[in-house]
Design a protein around this ligand. Structure first.
Ligand code: HEC
Length: 190
């Protein structure tokens, strides 16, 4: 057998072995159920796809923030010990930019996604959708972005326009695909 034939035989043997290896099981784990997958499938994109039913007001958010968030973010969201969540608008192009959810983040929907996914830091994913809508409403109000009588839900939250909405540009390199959720005009969808 020539060297080339030997190599081809080897390759054929390897390829034939792949399905057999995949079919092997080790008696560990179990197939993921629809219900189990649903608990992980919580992402909300820039346009608000994935927002759950529910609603929450600025007033409800104030009480929740005091109880669940103020210890780390300050009573008014001013920060310390953890991130400052309020203020900084107009500072981004200065020598001392203050990046907060209000001054920097381009989409209000990201606020919902982040709070639901990661906060409170010591008990992530313990909040109900109504509570996350209310906390988002309070934080947006504290940042001067929505009025005090605001009630947020899956329709009204994506309609909130953030001050730094146009502060991001798409990556113009031809080999970089557009960001997921990107809109027309080369805008990033994050
Ligand atoms: C135990 C302390 C703690 C508590 C309580 C807490 N957070 Fe946080 N929070 C943090 C830390 C730490 C970060 C930074 C996390 C990171 O960057 O990964 C953060 C980040 C954030 C951010 C992102 C800020 C940014 O500019 O990137 C938001 C929004 C936020 N928290 C909201 C909340 C809300 C709403 C609550 C109450 C439900 C809450 N947090 C409760 C510690 C806390």
């Amino acid at each position: 057998m020539s060297m080339r034939d030997a190599r081809l035989l080897c390759l054929a043997w390897l390829l034939a072995g792949v399905p057999a290896a995949q079919a092997q099981t080790y008696g560990l784990g179990r197939p993921a159920t629809e219900a189990a997958i649903a608990t992980w499938d919580i992402d909300v994109d820039a346009q608000g796809h994935g927002l759950p039913p529910g609603r929450g007001s600025v007033r409800q958010g104030a009480a929740l923030f005091a109880a669940r968030c103020a210890a780390c973010h300050g009573p008014q969201g001013e920060g310390k010990p953890a991130d400052r969540l309020v203020g900084g608008q107009g500072s981004l192009s200065s020598a001392t930019p203050v990046k907060t959810i209000g001054s920097f983040w381009p989409y209000a929907t990201t606020l919902f996604d982040f709070i639901r996914r990661a906060m409170p830091y010591n008990a992530p994913q313990s909040l109900q959708p109504d509570e996350v809508y209310a906390l988002s409403a309070w934080l947006l109000w504290r940042n001067g972005i929505v009025p005090e009588d605001t009630v947020l839900d899956a329709d009204s939250l994506p309609a909130v326009r953030m001050p730094n909405r146009d502060g991001f540009v798409g990556d113009p390199r031809p080999d970089v695909p557009p960001a997921r959720g990107a809109e027309k005009g080369g805008d990033v969808g994050r």
